[in-house]
Design a protein around this ligand. Structure first.
Ligand SMILES: [Zn+2]
Length: 107
């Protein structure tokens, strides 16, 4: 299905990538006051709908979007653990019986 808002969604992502880059630079400098001014969201992006295909086959109409340009239900699948600690926790969670249970207190 063609997304009629694909150009707006690309601009939405670019806007949020720019803002998060500004904030990361600010955090790297030690968060001096005042925080940096981020550019305002362009007016035509305020009412951008999610637009993902729903189970009914219609485009999603939710306009409360995350940085990826989709709503809370259509953000896509997790890309999995990235850090070594997260990968190790994932291995533990996948074992038969799951993560170690809390031991019974010694009587
Ligand atoms: Zn959606």
């Amino acid at each position: 299905m063609h997304d009629p808002y694909s150009d707006k969604r690309r601009r939405w992502r670019e806007h949020h990538e720019l803002c998060s880059a500004l904030l990361q630079q600010w955090e790297a400098r030690g968060c001096p006051r005042p925080p940096p001014k981020t550019p305002p969201l362009p007016d035509d992006l305020w009412d951008l709908p999610c637009g993902a295909k729903t189970r009914a086959g219609t485009p999603c109409k939710i306009t409360t979007l995350y940085f990826g340009g989709r709503c809370k239900w259509h953000g896509g699948l997790s890309t999995g653990p990235k850090s070594e600690a997260g990968k190790e926790q994932s291995r533990i969670n996948g074992r038969k019986g799951g993560r170690p249970k809390r031991r019974k207190p010694d009587l």
